[in-house]
Design a protein around this ligand. Structure first.
Ligand code: GLA
Length: 743
C-alpha cells in the first residue's frame, strides 16, 4: 500500500498542501515533504527552469518560464495546479526512464548487460560550475538503484543571452555491454492551456517552409532519417508558443534546436494532464548503440531560449548567443564574393576564370570563389555524373593548377576561395575504384544514387584522414587559399558500413562523430579560415556544424522573391552574419531588387559581370560599397522583423546597432496585385525613444530619385509609435533606409 501510495505522490503534492488531503495521505506526504527539500534553480537573466528532487529521489521539472525574484518560491508552483492524477508520479521527469513506472515517451531506454529492460533514475548529487560571470553549468547525477548505470544531466546557462544548452552523459558501470535504444539530449516540461508549434518542412530549393499548428493530445514528432543532408525535409529547429501563437512582440515562446548534423528527433507530447513534454536529441531510429563496460556516451546538445515578449526577443537571444559563443568568428567580419557556379557551371578553363577574377576586382568584392568542376582527370568533373572523390586539378581546365588562380587573384588584389565536397564520391571515379569499402553501400543490394553520388563512410578513421586530407592538401600546396565552400549533396541510402562490421546500428551516429572529428582536426590546424556550410542549399544547417563554419548557404533557390521568405524564416534562429545570400539570375526582378534582398545577410554575387548593362554594373559596384558601409550593423546588430511577408503585401525588417545610433531597414514588395505596397507606416523597433534620427534612402539605382527627403529628424519614440513609410510600391519594389542618430 505504502509503495503504491508513494508511487502516486507527485512532487506537486509534496509541498504544503497537506490540509486538503486525507489524514493517512497527509502523514505520508509530510514524511515525503521532509525529505524533498532540494530545489535546483537553473536561471538565465530573465527565464529559468526549476528542478526539484522528491521524496523518492526523482528529479522533476517544477517550473519553466519567467524567472521568479525569489528562487525559493519555485517549490510552491506545482501545488497550484489541479490537473488530475499523474499515475506514474514522473510525468514531469527531468530525464524520463523507460521500463519502470513511466507510462509516456521516454528520454532514455536501455537494455542492461543481463538483458533486463527496466530503468529507474534517482538523484545522487548536483553541482554548479562557473565558467565566468555569464556562463555556468549545472550538472545533476542520476543513478539506477538496481543497475550500475548513471546519467549526468548538464544545463549550460548563458545568463545575458537567456540561452540554455542541455545534454546528457550516460555511463555504463555494469559488468557487460548496455544497449542504448533511446538516448535523448534533453527532456523539458511546460505548462499552459494550449501549445502552438511552429515547425518547418522543405526540399531542395524549398527550405524552411513554415507551419504553425496547435498541438493536440499525444505526440508530434519532428525528425529526420536521411543521415547526411539531414534537414532536407525537416530542420532541427522549431518554436513552441504557450497559450496562443506568439507574435513578434508578444507572447510566451520557446525556441529550440538540436545541435546535431545527422538524424535527430524531437517528441512534443501533450500528456494526459495537458502539460507539454519535449524530448529532443539523436533519432533512435536504426541507431541502437552498444555501450561497453566502463564506457560513456555524450549526447549532442539541445539549445533553447525562452521569451515572454514574443518571437522577436527570442530570436535576438539566439542571435546574440550564436554570435558570441557558437558560430565561428560570429563577431567578426565576412568576405563579399563573386562565385562562378551559376555563371559557368562546369564549363570553364583558365582564361575564363582569369576573366572572372578580373570581374571580381571590377565589382569591388573581396574574393573570387571557384565552385564545382575544377578536379578529376580519369573521369573529369564536367558534370555531376563523374569525378567526385578525385581531388586533383583537372589538367585540361586548369593546366597550371590552383596556384595559378591564387596568383591571378593576388594580382587583382582579391582573395581566392574554393569549393569542395569531401564526404562524397561518384561511382565513376578513381576513388570508388580503389576503395569500394570506403563507401556507404549495402554490398548485396543495387546501389541507389542521389545526384549520381554516394556517401563515404566517415565512421572509418581512414576515410576521416582522407576527408581531412582533401582540404589540408589544398592548403599545404596553396597556403593563400582564403576560403572553403564545403558542400554535401547526397543523403544516405543503404546505410551499411564495411568498417563497422557487427555494429551497423552505430553508423548514423558514428558518421556524424567522424565528421566532427575531421572538422575539429581542420580547426586545430586552420583556426581562422572562413568556411561556408553548404548542402545542396540548406540541407545541413544546425548549431553543432556551425561552430566550425563562419556562414551557411541557405538554399540553391536564389529567386529573390522566394529568398525573402526563406531568409525570413532562417532569421528566427540564425543571425544575418551567417546567411550567405548571392545575387543571381534566378527570378525576373531587376538587379536592384535582387541585390537589396541579398544585402540583408552576407552579400555575394553569382552572375556574369561582363554581361551586365553598364548601369546595372554601376549599380552593383555602388551597392558593394554601400554594403561595406552598413555591413557592421547587419552583421552585429539586433534584428527587428517589422512586417511579415506572410501577412502583408511587403516585408520589412531592420537591424539596429548596440549603441542604437545606427540602423538599416530593408523593405520589399512581395505581391504584384494592383495598388499593393506599404500603404501605412511601418513601426520601427529597437531604437532609443529619446534619440533623434534621420531616415535616408540608400542603394538607389543610378539616375533614380528617392521619394524620401532624408531631411526631417524624428524621435525614436515617433518612429516606434507612428512609424515610417518606406514607400514600397510597384515602382519602388525594394527600399533600403539608413537610420542615423542626429548628434
Ligand atoms: C550544390 C550547391 C551549389 C553548387 C553545386 C555544385 O548544389 O548548393 O551552390 O555549389 O552544389 O555542384
Amino acid at each position: 500500500m505504502k509503495y503504491t501510495f508513494a508511487g502516486r505522490c507527485t512532487f506537486a503534492f509534496l509541498v504544503k498542501v497537506t490540509a486538503v488531503l486525507s489524514p493517512l495521505m497527509s502523514l505520508c506526504l509530510i514524511g515525503a515533504y521532509a525529505q524533498s527539500s532540494t530545489v535546483i534553480p537553473i536561471e538565465t537573466q530573465h527565464y529559468g527552469l526549476a528542478l526539484g528532487v522528491d521524496a523518492d529521489k526523482r528529479v522533476g521539472i517544477l517550473y519553466f518560464g519567467t524567472k521568479l525574484n525569489n528562487a525559493s518560491e519555485y517549490q510552491y508552483a506545482p501545488a497550484m495546479y489541479r490537473q488530475g492524477d499523474d499515475y506514474s508520479g514522473i510525468l514531469n521527469a527531468a530525464y524520463t526512464p523507460s521500463g519502470s513506472r513511466n507510462l509516456v515517451e521516454p528520454a532514455i531506454w536501455v537494455t542492461h548487460a543481463d538483458g533486463n529492460t527496466s530503468l529507474d533514475l534517482q538523484y545522487v548529487s548536483h553541482q554548479v560550475q562557473k565558467t565566468d560571470n555569464n556562463v555556468s553549468t549545472t550538472n545533476i547525477l542520476l543513478r539506477d538503484p538496481v543497475y550500475a548505470l548513471e546519467v549526468m544531466l548538464y544545463y549550460k546557462v548563458y545568463a545575458q543571452e537567456n540561452v540554455i544548452e542541455q545534454w546528457s552523459v550516460i555511463k555504463n558501470n555494469e559488468k557487460g555491454n548496455v544497449t542504448l535504444h533511446k538516448y535523448a539530449s534533453a527532456n523539458l516540461y511546460m505548462k499552459a492551456n494550449s501549445y502552438w508549434l511552429k515547425h518547418y518542412h522543405g526540399d531542395w530549393a524549398k527550405e524552411m517552409q513554415p507551419e504553425e499548428i496547435r498541438l493536440t493530445s499525444g505526440i508530434k514528432v519532428l525528425d529526420t532519417k536521411l543521415g547526411t543532408r539531414a534537414n532536407l525535409y525537416q530542420p532541427p529547429t522549431f518554436m513552441v508558443s504557450l497559450d496562443k501563437a506568439a507574435s513578434e512582440d508578444e507572447g510566451r515562446v520557446l525556441f529550440g534546436s538540436v545541435e546535431w548534423s545527422g538524424n535527430f528527433r524531437v517528441d512534443l507530447e501533450v500528456d494526459p494532464l495537458n502539460n507539454l513534454r519535449i524530448i529532443a536529441g539523436i533519432n533512435p531510429h536504426a541507431s541502437a548503440y552498444t555501450l561497453g563496460k566502463g564506457q560513456e556516451f555524450t549526447t549532442p546538445m539541445f539549445v533553447y531560449t525562452y521569451s515572454d515578449k514574443g518571437k522577436g526577443e527570442a530570436s535576438r537571444n539566439m542571435h546574440r548567443w550564436a554570435r558570441k559563443y557558437k558560430i565561428m568568428n560570429g563577431n567578426g567580419s565576412r568576405l563579399t564574393l563573386l562565385n562562378n557556379w551559376e555563371a559557368t557551371y562546369f564549363d570553364f578553363n583558365e582564361p575564363k576564370l582569369a576573366e572572372l577574377i578580373k570581374d571580381t576586382k571590377k565589382l569591388g568584392v573581396d574574393m573570387f570563389l571557384l565552385d564545382d568542376g575544377w578536379f578529376a582527370n580519369k573521369y573529369p568533373r564536367n558534370s555531376d555524373k563523374a569525378g567526385l572523390g578525385d581531388w586533383q586539378e583537372n589538367v585540361q581546365k586548369l593546366p597550371h593548377g590552383i596556384g595559378y588562380l591564387v596568383k591571378e587573384a593576388q594580382n587583382n588584389q582579391v582573395k581566392f576561395g574554393i569549393w569542395v565536397e569531401p564526404e562524397m564520391v561518384n561511382p565513376k571515379s578513381e576513388l570508388y575504384e580503389k576503395h569500394p569499402d570506403w563507401v556507404i553501400r549495402e554490398p548485396q543490394r543495387p546501389e541507389h544514387l542521389y545526384r549520381n553520388q554516394l556517401v563515404l563512410d566517415l565512421s572509418n578513421p581512414k576515410v576521416q584522414d582522407f576527408v581531412f586530407g582533401v582540404l589540408d592538401n589544398i592548403l599545404t600546396k596553396n597556403p593563400d587559399v582564403a576560403f572553403f565552400k564545403w558542400d554535401c549533396n547526397a543523403v544516405i541510402y543503404n546505410a551499411h558500413s564495411a568498417y563497422l562490421k557487427d555494429k551497423q546500428s552505430h553508423l548514423y551516429v558514428e558518421y556524424v562523430k567522424g565528421l566532427y572529428k575531421v572538422l575539429q582536426r581542420f580547426r586545430a590546424k586552420y583556426p581562422d579560415m572562413p568556411m561556408m556550410l553548404c548542402s545542396g542549399g540548406g540541407g545541413r544547417v544546425d548549431y553543432a556544424a556551425l561552430q566550425y563554419f563562419t556562414e551557411f548557404w541557405l538554399s540553391d533557390n536564389t529567386d529573390p522573391l522566394e529568398r525573402i521568405f526563406i531568409q525570413w524564416e532562417y532569421s528566427y534562429f540564425f543571425p544575418a552574419i551567417s546567411h550567405d545570400n548571392h545575387v543571381t539570375d534566378w527570378g525576373k526582378q531587376p538587379i536592384k531588387f535582387r541585390t537589396d534582398v541579398a544585402m540583408m545577410g552576407k552579400l555575394g554575387f553569382d552572375i556574369v559581370v561582363s554581361e551586365l548593362k553598364p548601369e546595372d554594373l554601376k549599380f552593383c559596384q555602388n551597392a558593394v560599397s554601400t554594403y561595406k558601409s552598413i555591413s557592421e550593423v547587419v552583421w552585429h546588430g539586433d534584428l527587428y522583423r517589422l512586417a511579415s511577408p506572410q501577412e502583408n503585401d511587403f516585408a520589412s525588417l531592420m537591424y539596429v546597432n548596440e549603441a542604437k545610433d545606427r540602423a538599416v531597414m530593408f523593405s520589399y514588395l512581395v505581391s504584384n496585385r494592383y495598388g499593393d505596397g506599404s500603404l501605412s507606416p511601418v513601426k520601427l523597433g529597437g531604437l532609443h525613444p529619446d534619440k533623434k534620427y534621420t531616415v535616408k534612402e540608400i542603394n538607389l539605382y543610378p539616375n533614380t530619385k528617392t521619394t524620401i527627403s532624408g531631411e526631417t529628424s524624428y524621435s525614436g519614440n515617433y518612429l516606434m509609435t507612428i512609424g515610417f513609410n518606406p514607400g514600397v510600391n510597384a515602382r519602388r519594389t525594394s527600399v533600403i533606409l539608413e537610420i542615423t542618430e542626429v548628434q
